[in-house]
Design a binder for this molecule. Structure first.
Ligand SMILES: [Zn+2]
Length: 479
């Protein structure tokens, strides 16, 4: 990053416009070359040196998060370069920079995915065939389905964020799968995922049925045991394919948005703060220079970069962090959750408990200014990340159940829609699926009346502070 900052001062100092233009293109070429080189280069040695954690899950999560931080810094530097290009009246250069940023939103996290595999393998974890198949299948979906998927009025469901995006992105996914997946990206958010919450999409519901944790109902769904009579009572499942504009990789998303702005005062203000951040000359009148200019900027998605305590649902008082979080570290967004699952003989086929599971999560951290502020304080992405830390998995962006809990994914994607249509008799409901078996139990009126009568006399023993029925959770994932 130092090279780029130095170059900006060269651009400012240079009197001839050609010089700045050449410099910016030289930097762009360099950035592309570095990424291409890293993509092809065996990351083994780098990661072996940098992996400081003791187990494979931790080092895989840290490796992925490190690439997230480095990519965010690069995108931030490119925001600054874009401002510099616009100041010099070079809109084509600015557009090229925005295009490069769009690619980095995918390439950076995918290098993180590859680095995570190396880190896990270096720590003695073998390739997991289920994970590998799932990733390879997804590459095929990206290649064949995403370019063709259309909505009700024939509009593309997944418009490409840059030319040939789906071909390039699926190629990268295939390249990672070809080497085998040992560390699954458990906070992957697929464009085809459910876009909302539902009790039937909460693995804790199934756990509560299996373990007769009546207190879970008491805390999370008081009244459900009484009001429920049959499967038609459920509200519909949330819609899938809700994504309007793909910007972020499905794996290790950077949680960014693209702002296309013309003459927006907010951008001028951000540019002013940016000038202070990077020590740009105060003689540059940015606002005047940028008037009438339309440009695309990469900014933090405000609904993802929320304060950490805000992601704790109201019914979940025991947020999994001990003690107060320093303000400059109190933000979600752009993290990496890893699932490592070793194959052990299954005693009951389909049961999720018959595998040995490790999970870990990490996140890039950074701050802006001498009075440390959150890295997203300015809205626009700036090079602010300088650290990577492990975070509690339950505080990560991994969806309920995890993106690579294969049995769970098969249940919610293939079994659940049939159950919603025709109840437990549906042909898609599979008695070899542990989750389907809990649904069949749930449909039994005597099961629910048993819970009602237990709670009628024992609900005072439900303990907020702990226990499997408590609302705090944290028991779902192994550590
Ligand atoms: Zn099922």
């Amino acid at each position: 990053m130092k090279t780029m900052l130095h170059s900006i001062s060269i651009i400012r100092a240079g009197k001839r416009p050609q010089r700045g233009q050449i410099m910016i293109f030289a930097i762009l070429a360099l950035v592309i070359l570095v990424f291409v080189a890293l993509w092809n280069f065996d990351l083994h040695k780098i990661i072996a040196v940098k992996a400081i954690s003791q187990n494979a899950g931790d080092s895989a999560a840290l490796a992925a998060a490190r690439w997230q931080g480095q990519t965010l810094n690069l995108i931030g530097d490119l925001n600054i370069l874009q401002a510099a290009a616009l100041m010099r009246g070079e809109p084509e250069t600015a557009a090229t920079i925005a295009d490069l940023q769009a690619r980095l939103c995918y390439v950076g996290p995918m290098i993180g995915l590859m680095a995570a595999q190396q880190a896990a393998k270096n720590n003695g974890i073998y390739v997991n065939t289920d994970f590998t198949d799932r990733v390879r299948d997804h590459a095929l979906t990206v290649r064949t389905f995403y370019p063709l998927a259309t909505g009700p009025s024939d509009q593309p469901l997944f418009p490409e964020p840059f030319p040939d995006a789906w071909a390039e992105y699926s190629g990268m996914i295939e390249a990672v799968a070809a080497n085998g997946i040992a560390a699954a990206p458990d906070n992957a958010r697929f464009y085809t995922d459910y876009g909302g919450d539902h009790t039937l999409l909460d693995p804790d519901f199934y756990d509560a049925i299996a373990g007769r944790y009546w207190c879970w109902f008491y805390f999370n769904h008081p009244g459900l045991l009484s009001s429920y009579s049959r499967y038609t009572d459920w509200p519909p499942l949330p819609p899938t394919f809700t994504l309007a504009q793909p910007i972020n990789s499905e794996f290790f998303s950077l949680d960014l948005v693209r702002l296309d702005l013309t003459d927006d005062m907010a951008v001028f203000e951000v540019m002013d703060s940016l000038r202070e951040e990077r020590g740009l000359s105060s003689t540059l009148i940015i606002a005047t220079n940028l008037t009438g200019v339309t440009a695309a900027w990469y900014a933090y998605a405000p609904d993802r970069w929320t304060a950490w305590d805000a992601i704790s649902p109201t019914n979940n008082p025991s947020f999994p962090l001990a003690g107060p979080v320093r303000p400059e570290y109190n933000y979600a967004g752009a993290d990496a959750a890893i699932r490592i699952q070793s194959t052990v003989p299954r005693r009951s086929p389909g049961a999720p408990s018959s595998t040995l599971l490790w999970s870990a999560a990490a996140k890039p951290f950074g701050s802006l200014g001498s009075e440390p502020q959150r890295p997203d304080a300015a809205g626009l992405v700036l090079p602010a990340f300088h650290d990577v830390r492990l975070i509690p998995v339950d505080a990560s962006s991994a969806p309920a159940g995890g993106a690579f809990n294969i049995a769970w994914r098969i249940h919610i994607e293939q079994h659940l829609p049939g159950y919603m249509q025709s109840g437990p008799q549906a042909s898609s409901v599979d008695s070899s699926c542990g989750y389907c078996r809990q649904l069949i139990t749930w449909e039994d009126p005597s099961f629910r009346s048993g819970g009602r009568s237990w709670l009628a006399s024992n609900s005072n023993t439900c303990d907020v502070a702990g226990g499997p029925g408590s609302p705090g959770g944290g028991t779902r994932r192994g550590h």
